[in-house]
Every structure is written in structure tokens, then in C-alpha cells.
Design a protein around this ligand. Structure first.
Ligand SMILES: Nc1ncnc2c1ncn2[C@@H]1O[C@H](COP(=O)(O)OP(=O)(O)OP(=O)(O)O)[C@@H](O)[C@H]1O
Length: 240
């Protein structure tokens, strides 16, 4: 059985149909690279995959089960890295990671944090408050988070933004290690990351002009749905 699948997904954001009839599948150890022009819906698809918002149509499954039926279980198995680094400015780097580790119920917190700080080469920044970090250091701190605890799925939205070349190489190495342990990585990037044999998922062919979609589906609650996303998206992200 394929581990992670999406079938016939349609995504509406605000007043716009972003993509329709999109399907994907990923197995243990796979890396899936999302490709597409600006606005094609890469971030939106990652948010659907993370369960941060629901597809307008279609289903996303983990080992055959709809992720919508067990949102908490799905969130526990994944790490989602969005555009925002979500670093608390008043907390030190170590305490930022501690907060995340506690949220995930990790037992050996200090050891795990030490390991993650070393892996991202930010051990020397452990006592530095978030507000004093450069953008690249913030990104590395955010990436250290995905190393905390057990996970099966990494959803990374432009993880290389702000990273220097060495950090990009380090990220590629961490992804390779995660895949070797059976993890699935799905990522978007506008720069080349040295990832072995990624599956390419190009979103451009799935874009459908809004009016065309409305006429085709003649969906009575489509109009009602159109303006809901903007607020719902924010609420869900704040809650996670
Ligand atoms: N919160 C929101 N509410 C309404 N519409 C949104 C929201 N966020 C994004 N959109 C719209 O959804 C569409 C897809 O955006 P998305 O960020 O998923 O694209 P992307 O492929 O990740 O783009 P980029 O490559 O520029 O990062 C865009 O038209 C965007 O304007």
C-alpha cells in the first residue's frame, strides 16, 4: 500500500481556485519536489498535506486512512515548516526548541536539543534570544525543530530561504538521512537542492480558471465557500 496519497484534490483559497483534480503518492523514503510558477499552489498543497486546511474536493490518506479522520494523529507524525520561522523573539534558541519539544511530548529533551543544535551548527547560539538572530540563523533554528522527536513526514515550504550554500548542503544531508530511515519528504524550492532522485510534482498543469470551474461544477455551495479561506487558514495555523 502506498503510504501517503492524495486523490482528485481541488483547492480553493479565498476567491480563487488554485488547482483541481491533482493527485500524488509517496512511499517510504521518497522525496517529492513541488514545482510550479508563483501562485501555482505549492504552499497551499503543503498546507493540505499537513491538515492545516481541508481540500475543497478530494481526499488525502496516510496508509489508507483519511487524514481528516485523525487530525491529531496526523500532526503527530509530521513536521511542517512554513514560510514563517515562528521563532519567539524573547526566548533563546534553546528555549524555542524546548517549547516545540514539550509540545511534541519528547522525553529526553536536552539530549535531543543538543543533537539538533549540533546538526544545524547552531550550538554556539543556544543562549541567544530569537530577536538577535540573523534570518539564516532563524531558518536554521526552525530546521532544528524538524529533527526533534520521531516523525514520518517532513513538509518543507521553501526550506532554503535565507540559507547559505553550506547550510543548503547540510539540509540536503539531513533529508538524505531522514529518507534512509524511511521518512517521506515533500518540499518546494526555487533553488537547486542536492536531493537524490526526487519525484517531481508540477502543479502548473492542474490550474483551472475560476469561472470555468464554477460553470462546470455548478456547485450550490461553491460561492458560499469562496471567501471563507482567508480567515480559516489563519485560525488553523495559529492553533497548531
Ligand atoms: N490565506 C490566503 N487567502 C486567500 N488566498 C490565498 C491565501 N494564501 C494564498 N492565497 C492564494 O492562493 C494562491 C496559491 O498561493 P500559494 O502560496 O499556495 O502558491 P505558491 O505556489 O506557493 O507560490 P510561491 O511560489 O509564490 O510561493 C495564490 O493565488 C495566492 O494569492
Amino acid at each position: 500500500m502506498t503510504v501517503f496519497t492524495g486523490s482528485d484534490l481541488t483547492c480553493l483559497r479565498g476567491e480563487r481556485l488554485v488547482f483541481g483534480d491533482l493527485s500524488f503518492s509517496a512511499n517510504t523514503g521518497d522525496a517529492v519536489m513541488l514545482r510550479g510558477r508563483n501562485g501555482a499552489g505549492k504552499s497551499s498543497l503543503l498546507r493540505l498535506m499537513a491538515g492545516l486546511m481541508a481540500p475543497r474536493r478530494g481526499t488525502i490518506r496516510w496508509q489508507g486512512d483519511d487524514i481528516d479522520d485523525d487530525k491529531i494523529g496526523h500532526r503527530a507524525r509530521l513536521h511542517y515548516l512554513g514560510h514563517q520561522d515562528a521563532i519567539k523573539p524573547v526566548l533563546t534558541v534553546r528555549d524555542n526548541l524546548r517549547l516545540w519539544a514539550e509540545l511534541r511530548g519528547i522525553s529526553d529533551i536536552d539530549a535531543e536539543i543538543d543533537q539538533a543544535l549540533r546538526a544545524l551548527d547552531i550550538h554556539h547560539l543556544g543562549k541567544t534570544a530569537g530577536r538577535y538572530l540573523s534570518s539564516g540563523q532563524k531558518r536554521r533554528t526552525a530546521l532544528a525543530r524538524i529533527l526533534l522527536g520521531q516523525s514520518d513526514l517532513w513538509l518543507l515550504d521553501e526550506p532554503t530561504v535565507g540559507l547559505d550554500r553550506e547550510s543548503c548542503a547540510e539540509l540536503a544531508r539531513l533529508i538524505a538521512e531522514f529518507r534512509a530511515k524511511g521518512g517521506i519528504v515533500i518540499y518546494s524550492t526555487h533553488v537547486d537542492l542536492d536531493i537524490a532522485a526526487p519525484i517531481i510534482l508540477d502543479l502548473d498543469p492542474f490550474a483551472i480558471p475560476m469561472m470555468e470551474w464554477l460553470i462546470e461544477h455548478d456547485d450550490e455551495d461553491a460561492n458560499q465557500h469562496l471567501s471563507l479561506d482567508m480567515d480559516q487558514g489563519r485560525t488553523t495555523e495559529a492553533a497548531i
